[in-house]
Design a protein around this ligand. Structure first.
Ligand code: GDP
Length: 299
């Protein structure tokens, strides 16, 4: 089972891993190699900051350790990448609060709904009861779909036909307390970070959740699509500025993602990556582990 998700992650990141592997095969360690590596890192969505950082650190290491062949340089790059990404690695701990209150945001299409389903399943398999607050009060169809899904999966879904998403969030926390639930996930309507009034609404939801339970939300998550390149970093910055994120879920890393954006996030806005999405199915969620990710990226 472990192999199958790793295979999918590898396939997803193959654009970058193929480029990087070819580059090192039989290569001489010279300025041309570094230039190719620079281009490959930029192409992988690592961004200028992380690319500069990695190249400088690699050159230093090559010099200090007197590395002479390309395989050793590749191994050094791998080590540096793991070092860079390890601070993003943070296990998601259940049972710290009762209920553990989570607020989940993300732009439309990022995979938020799918991820909420995956998270609910993950929690249930750890014996946690889950209540979901459908904060997307705008779309009746979405709400109904969610109720059906909840019934089928033993997840209590709270939604209201109309009104204020912050009120739905507040009610759901009260309800979860009353019912002795372990986890509350507050879904929020998908939106673009450029829609400032919607960011204000998100802030309000967060504030109101805090009024329902001291210290809540305990987790403020952003779901981002791993295929959106540097745009993902822009989203992390905008949502973190507004909401002080506690964690990320990066989806669709089985697709055509280039993977480098994690390096950019690590350098520019190091919000922990709790999970990665590696498929459309409910079980296609994995904790982010830097060494595994770099293994998929560099082989
Ligand atoms: P939302 O608008 O953010 O709620 O996004 P959805 O959860 O509806 O997902 C949008 C599309 O992305 C759907 O077709 C999902 O099946 C797909 N999707 C979500 N996560 C993943 C993933 O990790 N891998 C792949 N391949 N597809 C995903």
């Amino acid at each position: 089972e472990k192999k199958s998700w790793m295979t999918r992650l590898k396939a997803g990141l193959s654009k970058t891993s193929n480029t990087l592997s070819v580059l090192f095969v039989g290569a001489k360690i010279d300025e041309a190699l570094y230039e190719e590596l620079e281009a490959a890192l930029l192409m992988s969505d690592a961004g200028i900051d992380a690319t500069d950082y990695l190249l400088t650190a690699l050159k230093k290491k090559v010099k200090e350790d007197k590395l002479l062949d390309a395989a050793a340089v590749k191994a050094a790059l791998k080590e540096l990448l793991i070092e860079l990404l390890t601070p993003l690695q943070k296990p998601f701990e259940l049972g710290r609060h009762k209920p553990l209150v989570m607020m989940i945001s993300g732009v439309n299409g990022a995979g938020k709904t799918t991820t909420i389903g995956k998270l609910a399943k993950h929690m249930q398999s750890n014996n946690q009861s889950v209540l979901l607050a459908a904060g997307d009060t705008f779309r009746a169809a979405a709400r109904e779909q969610l109720m059906v899904w909840g019934e089928r999966n033993n997840v209590t879904v709270i939604s209201q036909e109309s009104g204020d998403p912050a009120a739905v969030a507040y009610d759901s926390v009260q309800s979860a307390k009353a019912r002795g639930m372990d986890v509350v996930m507050v879904d929020t309507a998908g939106r673009l970070p450029t829609q400032l009034h919607l960011m204000e609404e998100l802030k309000k939801i967060k504030r109101v959740i805090g009024k329902g339970m001291e210290g809540a939300p305990h987790e403020t998550l952003l779901v981002i699509d791993g295929n959106t390149g540097q745009n993902a970093l822009t989203q992390v910055k905008a949502f973190d500025d507004a909401l002080q994120l506690s964690g990320l879920v990066i989806t669709k890393l089985d697709g055509t993602a280039k993977g480098g954006v994690l390096a950019a996030i690590a350098r520019v806005r190091p919000v922990p990556v709790y999970f990665i999405g590696i498929g459309e199915k409910i079980e296609d969620l994995q904790p982010f582990v830097a060494a595994e990710f770099v293994e998929a990226l560099l082989g």
